[in-house]
Design a protein. Sequence first.
Lengths: 293, 270
Amino acid sequence: MDFVDIYFNLFTVSLVQGAIFAFPALAVMIPFRMLGLPDLTSEGAFPFGAAIVATFTVAGFDPVVSLSAAVLFGFVVGAATALIHLYLRVPSLLAGIIVLTMLFSINIRVMGKPNTALFDNDSIFTLTLGAEGGEPWTQFALILALVLAFLAVFYWFLNTELGMALRCVGANQTMSRAQGIPTHYYIVAGIAMAGGFSAFGGAVMAQHQAYADVNMGVGVLIVGLAATILGETLVGRGTLVRQLVAPVVGSLAYFQVVAVALALGLKPSDLKLLTGLFVLITLATPILLRAKR
Amino acid sequence: MRDVTGGRQGPASIRVHDATKVFSPGTPNEKTALRKVDFALEDGEFAVVIGSNGAGKSTLLNALAGEVLLDSGEILVDGRDVGSQPVYRRAKLISRVFQDPMVGTAPELSIEENLAVAVRRGKRKTFRLGLNRRKREYFRERISVLGLGLENRLSEKVRSLSGGQRQSLALIMAALLTPRLMLLDEHTSALDPRAAELVLKLTSDVVTGDKITTLMVTHNMQHALRFGTRLFMMHEGGIVLDAPADEKAGLTVNDLVGRFLVTNDKMLLG
Ligand SMILES: Nc1ncnc2c1ncn2[C@@H]1O[C@H](COP(=O)(O)OP(=O)(O)O)[C@@H](O)[C@H]1O
Ligand SMILES: [Mg+2]
């Protein structure tokens, strides 16, 4: 009885969370799966997007302009990681850690303080769902529509000559160069796009909770990874559509699992441990199975 | 003006001038992979390169493709020095098929997507769709000459193809936009004999059909004699035999093995 009540309360809120985290999940999937280059920048781009949107909003820009600014700055952050990796020869994971560490200071500089409240400001939620910012159900519908719109544009892009070249670079760099593709430019563009996705997620999150905080990014990466893996087991990744939809489905599913865990009485502070274990198990299973044979 | 004809009739489309490459210079591992290699290829010439392991054949092809930068010497395509251009820039003029079937195609892309990339080789990419009905029609036609039924599997990922099928696809891709020079580095050596024979036959058809200037490395003497209009033998980083078509036609496997032994003896005695 207790469980059902709590889960029922958490259900729609978790849907909203899941939809928002679809963005950083996509930002994790793109470098890992499409570029074959593990990247951690999304952990830093997420709070950066929040800080940018908060600062622009407080400065009086309208919500859509503020969100666009977040995406743009997310691009820059992603590109910075890729450039550090490619031209300074820093391993991509380390490049990401360096960037996200520096972003912590930058975020505080940008906002002028570690957090910014946006209670009295407009957001895409107040803009479209009324002054109160809507109910969880309508908020979910709005964010999901945004996710699908982004996915549609991204899917179209990946089927253009440019997008096909990008996927080609991810699949085989030697062959790509031999086909006249300047691989470095495409890697920068790909990681930049991932940065944009993550920053957009952080920005929407800040608008949704009317609050931006430098610590919002902690654990985003591992949630994105868990969502991607979970989504891939649910819908597969055999086709481009499945690969793109997997992080979204995975993120929605992940937050429902979290809601169940919380309803069963788990402490929210235990979630990161469990998420980490989940990722570890999915990564280790094939290796352990092979060792047994 | 430099004489780019290489002392032959007709315009030389490709000229390698005094190409020299030393790996790990000044270390105990110092290795001269190319020593003053100098030759020219006429338009449409199909040159086969043989030579013992470590003779410098791959280094020569890598230098032409831009994977290896020369220490000195020039690489001229239609009279223009491309020696300092990166691989992706040279791809406009030079295409290649690699030895390893895994290297020449993108496994995660479909057959038609691989072809779509190849049909824009060295060209500026745009926001236009990479595939459309007209292109698919064209790819289907080009790939049906293989006789492998791949024209009915255009949307399948290349990952699912066999080594021979991949090399055949790679060859079609390399010739899709007629290059000024095509490089083939032991591109059949990873295949079983039947697939190798098929890909070689296809190579010969494509090269002669489209009159593509080609440099093909092989370790198979019989193939070296059967195919091509010119024969190079490399040894210790230099070209020790350059047989034009008429001389090549008179050669036998024994002649080639003899030449191998002679060059080896010379090295031993010298
Ligand atoms: N990247 C490299 N670094 C060091 N040595 C190399 C490299 N590539 C080739 N070599 C050396 O140069 C020589 C020629 O190699 P290669 O051109 O691959 O010969 P082939 O293709 O004729 O068998 C060999 O001695 C080889 O060990
Ligand atoms: Mg070789």
